[in-house]
Write a protein that binds this ligand. Structure first.
Ligand code: SF4
Ligand code: MG
Length: 328
């Protein structure tokens, strides 16, 4: 089963100037060597606090921003370094839904114009044909053709996100990167959009990369999750394994904040001290060390690598021995 998408050692570093006296250029390593793969029809969640590099990762893998290093293999083809024409062709199959349905739709265009754009870019010049496709896709997302000539401000937040989803769907993509698609919406609307995404996935066999800081929504939607901290994956694996038995102290703390229905499994809330460190000067050794409740001496000196550990992958020195046992 070859993966639909393979990310290999993906990096996105932004240069910053660190002050007048210091002329040396520093880099923010927003995405710092990410490797994972996504199988067709699967939903992979990318989770972490804001500022951990999730959105940059999504944008980088779609080539909306140029990666510093690494490979993005989509349907067997490396996206990095292909011509703009080829990239446009490949884009048909990979789309994005953005977090904010208020700012991601051009307020000066009506729904017909918003949804026409991708179609004309990909050669559907005939207006009647576009009208037909657009009215079909509006029904698919729970809207209808009477709304075709309205402007974004005439819609509610949930409806706007439906338009955003329609725009992503209209070229019949294989993969959709969803960047916090419900976090700007009211809680009552969130579940409607989540249900819509689940129905669409089933109907069209879509593959999702679901970027979110909301771990209960991730649990509902995802098959596999990658937990990111300061540009790196710290834990990755099957969603049930990970929620049942989180290994990395960062994953443990994120999950401890999620309300659980089963009181037997009630975990004590772990409150982390401090904030995510400045990504321009990450701590040496484990980047989580300054906030980690289980920190050891070695954590300040040696960077933990992502290692297999009982079916999941974890980057933490706590599991060194378990790793050895597993392999013996
Ligand atoms: Fe905590 Fe050390 Fe594991 Fe980092 S390596 S998460 S500091 S125990
Ligand atoms: Mg973000």
């Amino acid at each position: 089963n070859t993966p639909l998408l393979e990310i290999r050692n993906l990096k996105k570093h932004f240069p910053i100037r660190s002050g007048l006296l210091n002329r040396q250029t520093k880099y923010v390593k927003a995405v710092d060597g990410i490797t994972f793969s996504v199988t067709e029809g699967e939903t992979v969640g990318i989770v972490g606090e804001s500022g951990c590099g999730k959105s940059t990762m999504g944008r980088t893998l779609l080539q909306l921003t140029t990666p510093t290093e690494g490979e993005v293999i989509f349907q067997g083809k490396n996206l990095i370094g292909v011509s703009p024409k080829e990239l446009r062709e490949m884009r048909k199959d990979m789309q994005m839904v953005f977090q904010d349905p208020y700012s991601s739709l051009n307020p000066r265009l009506n729904v017909f114009e918003i949804l026409s754009e991708p179609l004309t870019t990909h050669g559907v010049r005939d207006k009647q044909k576009r009208k037909k496709l657009i009215s079909e896709i509006l029904h698919v997302v729970g809207l209808n053709e009477t709304q075709m000539y309205r402007y974004p401000h005439e819609f509610s937040g949930g409806q706007r996100q439906r338009i955003g989803i329609a725009r992503a769907l209209i070229l019949q993509p294989k993969l959709i990167v969803l960047d916090e698609p419900v976090s700007a919406l009211d809680v009552s609307i969130q579940s409607q959009i989540i249900n819509l995404l689940q129905d669409l996935q089933e109907e069209f066999g879509l593959t999702y990369l679901f970027i979110s800081h909301d771990l209960s929504v991730v649990y509902q939607l995802c098959d596999k999750i990658c937990v990111m901290y300061l540009g790196k994956i710290v834990e990755m694996g099957d969603v049930d394994l990970l929620y049942e038995n989180p290994r990395h102290p960062y994953t443990k703390s994120l999950l401890s904040a999620v309300p659980v229905p089963d009181p037997l499994h009630k975990k004590e809330r772990i409150i982390l001290k401090g904030d995510v460190p400045n990504p321009a000067s990450p701590p040496p050794g484990c980047a989580f060390a300054p906030r980690c409740p289980e920190v050891m001496d070695m954590c300040h000196k040696i960077k933990p690598e992502l290692q297999n550990c009982s079916g999941v992958q974890v980057a933490c020195h706590l599991y060194k021995d378990e790793r050895v046992t597993v392999h013996v």
